[in-house]
Write a protein that binds this ligand. Structure first.
Ligand code: ATP
Ligand code: MG
Length: 397
């Protein structure tokens, strides 16, 4: 077996009692899905997962698969050796130079000797391996409590060696908590909102309202890029691009100017609800944060909520911009989000938007706009783009 071996730790999953099998099955499926077309087997042993991945799979692909799969709390490349102390030492000698160990600071050896027939006891094994470390990194000192580097050796069916694990995303495996419909604009916030729900186990498709030519082809390309960047967390997604120029112009020409943004948001909710129901999504997810802009006050959000029966989830509602930006940088969407192409809200934004709409009054104004036909037509003309779990755009079915 020349597979690459990875040790994977799952976090919160272990708390899920009776559902545990379901969560774990989903986690394995999600990882394997991202490693395609390369083959992989993932087995469970002693509270860990061991992934045997085809040696042909590039390291970057594996790294990306494990770092973007929610539910994985940590992972490490592991190496096997025959259960013989000389072989184990030789293997340590071979892998340590390419590990995270550096010749400065402190280290420890952790031994898990599950095979009690192994001739050396844990302490003796640790001493033998410490000698190997010392020969490669003479400046390192031992610190059992708070070491900079750890080399772990497990003696089980075979001997396993691994150094420090990389951190995973944590959270829950996407696909264990239902499906949402993410309103994805070209901004900083909404991609982060989708990512956060993935961490809580949701999957989601996304909707973008495109008002061509008021918003350019480049704005659409930008949203497609954002969709591809969050697709790995969400385990793949479809992007519904709704042509909404007619809707925007209708609101501009027939509504009250200061209510334009609110009316657009109401129309988005109605449209999203239709697309969500047609595609099995149970909630609408947005990137709104309280008081960030005029349409994100309590009153404005109460109004938009009232436009749909579906649960509206706003994962960023209590976060400030700095926190959101930090997450956007971490998931790699920030640089794309700040590209300058205007989104349609900006183009059609009123100069003096109302911040404290009276729900019933604005609802009446929205109904007076009679947008059902426009919305129906927009839904019919919606284009779909599909991104797989590795973030690649695929041919549409
Ligand atoms: P973002 O950074 O996500 O664009 P924002 O701070 O710019 O958010 P708004 O433009 O008011 O705020 O949009 C609030 C939310 O409404 C967005 O986070 C997104 O979920 C949704 N949204 C806005 N414009 C669009 C659009 N053109 N298509 C799809 N969803 C949109
Ligand atoms: Mg925006």
């Amino acid at each position: 077996m020349a597979d690459k071996l990875y040790l994977i730790k799952e976090g919160e999953i272990s708390l899920k009692g009776g559902n545990r099998n379901l969560f774990e099955k989903r986690l394995r499926h999600n990882i394997k899905d991202k490693l395609r077309p390369y083959s992989s087997e993932i087995e469970r042993q002693k509270g860990r997962l061991y992934a045997y991945i085809s040696e042909e799979a590039p390291d970057e692909l594996i790294e990306k698969a494990l770092s973007t799969t929610t539910g994985v709390t940590g992972y490490a490349r592991a190496y096997r050796a025959e259960k013989d102390i000389e072989r184990i030492k030789a293997k340590a000698m071979e892998i340590l130079p390419g590990s995270n160990f550096r010749n400065e600071g402190t280290f420890r050896i952790t031994v898990k000797r599950e095979d009690k027939t192994f001739p050396l006891n844990s302490h003796e094994i640790a001493v033998e391996l410490a000698v190997v470390v010392a020969s490669l990194f003479p400046a390192l000192e031992v610190d059992l409590d708070n070491p900079d580097y750890t080399l772990t050796c497990e003696i089980r069916g075979e001997a396993y060696l691994y150094t420090d694990e990389d951190k995973g995303e944590g959270g829950l495996p996407a696909g264990t908590a239902g499906k949402g419909m993410l309103l994805l604009s070209g901004g900083i916030d909404s991609p982060v909102a989708g990512y956060m729900m993935a961490k809580r186990g949701m999957r989601a498709d996304a909707i973008y309202f495109h008002a061509y030519p008021y918003t350019s082809e480049l704005a659409l390309e930008k949203v497609k890029t954002l969709a591809s960047l969050i697709a790995p967390y969400l385990q793949g997604l479809r992007l519904f691009v709704v042509p909404f120029t007619e809707g925007q112009l209708h609101i501009r020409d027939n509504g009250y100017e200061e209510e334009a943004t609110l009316m657009f948001r109401a129309a988005m909710m109605r449209t999203a609800e239709i697309i969500a129901k047609e595609n099995g999504a149970q909630a609408i997810i947005t990137g709104e944060a309280l008081s960030q802009v005029a349409s994100q006050t309590i009153d404005a959000m109460s109004f938009t909520d009232s436009m749909t029966d579906l649960l509206v989830i706003r994962p960023l509602v209590g976060m400030d911009k700095e926190e959101i930006i930090k997450k956007a940088r971490k998931i790699g969407t920030y640089e794309t989000s700040i590209l300058p192409y205007e989104d349609c809200c900006v183009v059609f934004s009123p100069k003096h938007p109302i911040t404290r709409p009276v729900k019933d009054v604005s609802r009446r104004h929205f109904e007076e706009l009679q947008m059902d036909e426009i919305i129906k037509k927009a839904v019919e003309e919606t284009k779909v783009y599909t991104f797989d779990a590795a973030g690649r755009e695929t041919e549409n079915a």
